[in-house]
Design a protein around this ligand. Structure first.
Ligand code: ZN
Length: 461
C-alpha cells in the first residue's frame, strides 16, 4: 500500500470549515484521515513529508484553461499545460473546447480524455462546445457530449449571438444537468475593439471594447437562466456592471454565477500605456510595490497585456475584487491562454488575445485578496476549491476522509520573482514577467503522488 504522511502543516479545508494544525494521511490515492488518528493509523514505514509552517489545502482547481490540443500544439500541449498547472499548485484543470478541430463531438472528448490520462500531470476535465464548430449557428450534440464525459459546455473564445439558439442550448443543458459557461461578448458592440473603451484607448489610438459589450450578454444570460432554469456561468468577468447584474440576479435566486481572473483584478487598461504610467495611474493599490525601484517595467503597446475581455478601469478592478470578497464571484481561474512568441510579437492590433496564467494565479490572488487583508486564507482557498467543484459537481476540492488525495502545499508568505523563461508552459506570454510575487505552491500532489515539488525541481537543476 502506497502511503504518505504530511506532518505539522496548517490544514485548511473550506469544505469542512477546517483550519488547524494537523497531520494528513494518504493511503492508496485517497485521504485516509486528518489529525491524531491519522498519525496513529500510519504504517511505521510511511513516507513522511514535514510541512511545518506551510498550508495544506485541497488540490486547487482551475476551471478555465486552454490546453490547445488537438491542433495547436505549437502553443501548448496537454503535457506542458498540465506541467504548468502542477507548478502553479493546480491538481485539476478544466480545458476549453476552442481547439482545432473544436471539442464538439464524443470522439474528440474521448481522444482528449485518453491523452490526458496518459500524458497529463494533473486531472483534466473536458468541456464541449455549445455549437457545431463553435460557429454559433447550430447546436452541438449536447446529449452525446454529456455521455462522453464533458463537465460543461461553452463556446469560449466565441459567444453565441443568437438568443434563441442560446435558449435552446440552455434547455438541453438543463435536461442533461450540465452547466453552460459563456464568454460574454456582444459582437456588434465590440466590433474590432482590442482594448477597454475609455480614456486610454482614445489616447493610444486603439479600437475600444466597451464594458457594455460584456454587460449586454451577462444581462441576456440572466434573463435566459431565469427563463429556462439552467445554470449559466459567466466567464472571466471584467466589468463593474457585470458584477452588479450578477449580484442582483443571485439575490433573487437566478441560477447565474461568474468567475474572475487575476489579471482583471490586478491590472488596468493604463498598463497598455506602459509600466511607468500604470504604476503612477493605477498601481498604488497593487500589493507589495510601494518601493518605486521594485516595480517591474514594460513598454507601451506590450501585447502581453492584450486579452479578451480586456483590462478595464481601476473602478472595474475594484468592483471585481468586491464581487470576490462578498461572494458574488465564487470562482477564481486563470483563462490560461498560451500563444507563441512570434504570434504576440506583432502590432497590438494584430496580436492574438490572451495570456498564460497557471503559475501566477495563486500568488496574485493571495497578494490582491489575502495580503491586503480583504479576505482570510480559507476564504481565498474556497475560490479555488469548493467554488469550482460545486459549480461543476466535481468530486474534488476537499480533504474529507475517502476523497481523492489531491493536495496542494502552499507557502503563503514566500517572496519570489516570476521569470517567464522558467515557466513549464510551452508559451511565455505573461504580463507578469519580473514581478515579485508573494505566496507560492511548493508541493502538488495528485492521487497521492507528488507530481511537482519545488524541492525536487531545485535538486534536479
Ligand atoms: Zn473567453
Amino acid at each position: 500500500m502506497a502511503s504518505l504522511l504530511l506532518t505539522g502543516g496548517r490544514v485548511i479545508d473550506p469544505a469542512q470549515k477546517l483550519d488547524r494544525t494537523a497531520d494528513v494521511l494518504v493511503v492508496d490515492e485517497k485521504i485516509a484521515g486528518i489529525g491524531t488518528d491519522a498519525t496513529a493509523k500510519a504504517a511505521p514505514d510511511v513516507e513522511r513529508i514535514d510541512v511545518t509552517g506551510l498550508v495544506v489545502s485541497p488540490g486547487l482547481i482551475d476551471l478555465h484553461v486552454h490546453l490547445r490540443e488537438p491542433g495547436q500544439s505549437a502553443k501548448e500541449t496537454i503535457a506542458t499545460g498540465t506541467a504548468a498547472a502542477a507548478r502553479g499548485g493546480f491538481t485539476s484543470v478544466v480545458c476549453m473546447p476552442n481547439t482545432s478541430p473544436a471539442i464538439e463531438n464524443a470522439g474528440t472528448v474521448a481522444l482528449i480524455r485518453e491523452k490526458a490520462a496518459r500524458e497529463g500531470k494533473v486531472n483534466v476535465f473536458v468541456t464541449g462546445a455549445i455549437t457545431r464548430n463553435i460557429a454559433g449557428e447550430e447546436l452541438a450534440p449536447i446529449g452525446s457530449l454529456k455521455q462522453a464525459g464533458v463537465v460543461a459546455i461553452t463556446d469560449d473564445g466565441h459567444c453565441v449571438q443568437n438568443n434563441e439558439l442560446m435558449r435552446r442550448a440552455l434547455e438541453y443543458a438543463r435536461m442533461f444537468d450540465l452547466t453552460v459557461m459563456d464568454h460574454c461578448q456582444d459582437y456588434a458592440l465590440v466590433s474590432d475593439g482590442v482594448m477597454h473603451e475609455g480614456y486610454w484607448s482614445t489616447t493610444l489610438g486603439l479600437g475600444g471594447w466597451p464594458s457594455a459589450g460584456e454587460e449586454m450578454i451577462v444581462a441576456r444570460n440572466i434573463l435566459l437562466a431565469e427563463t429556462t432554469g439552467a445554470q449559466v456561468h459567466c466567464q472571466h468577468l471584467s466589468a463593474a456592471g457585470s458584477v452588479e447584474l450578477i449580484r442582483a440576479a443571485r439575490k433573487r435566486g437566478v441560477p447565474i454565477s461568474g468567475e474572475a481572473c487575476p489579471h482583471h483584478f490586478t491590472l488596468t487598461d493604463s498598463a497598455i500605456a506602459g509600466g511607468d504610467i500604470f504604476w503612477r495611474a493605477d498601481g498604488k493599490g497593487v500589493f507589495g510595490f510601494n518601493d518605486m525601484e521594485q516595480r517591474p517595467a514594460w513598454p507601451n503597446y506590450d501585447t502581453n497585456f492584450k486579452m479578451n475581455p480586456p483590462l478595464r478601469s481601476a473602478r472595474d478592478r475594484d468592483a471585481i475584487l468586491e464581487g470576490i470578497v462578498d461572494g458574488t464571484i465564487e470562482v477564481i481561474c486563470s483563462d490560461h491562454a498560451p500563444h507563441c512568441d512570434y504570434e504576440k510579437e506583432v502590432e497590438f492590433d494584430y496580436a492574438p488575445f490572451g495570456i498564460t496564467g497557471l503559475e501566477t494565479e495563486l500568488p496574485l490572488s493571495l497578494m490582491q485578496l489575502y495580503h491586503t487583508r480583504k479576505m482570510s486564507l480559507p476564504e481565498v482557498l474556497a475560490r479555488f476549491t469548493t467554488g469550482p467543484a460545486s459549480l461543476l459537481k466535481l468530486a474534488k476540492g476537499t480533504l474529507k476522509a475517502g476523497a481523492d488525495a489531491d493536495i496542494t502545499v502552499i507557502d503563503p508568505n514566500r517572496e519570489w520573482v516570476f521569470q517567464r523563461g522558467e515557466s513549464a508552459s510551452k508559451s511565455k506570454n505573461s504580463p507578469f514577467h519580473g514581478w515579485t510575487m508573494k505566496g507560492k505552491a511548493v508541493i502538488t500532489i495528485v492521487a497521492g503522488q507528488v507530481v511537482w515539488s519545488e524541492q525536487n525541481e531545485l535538486t534536479a537543476v
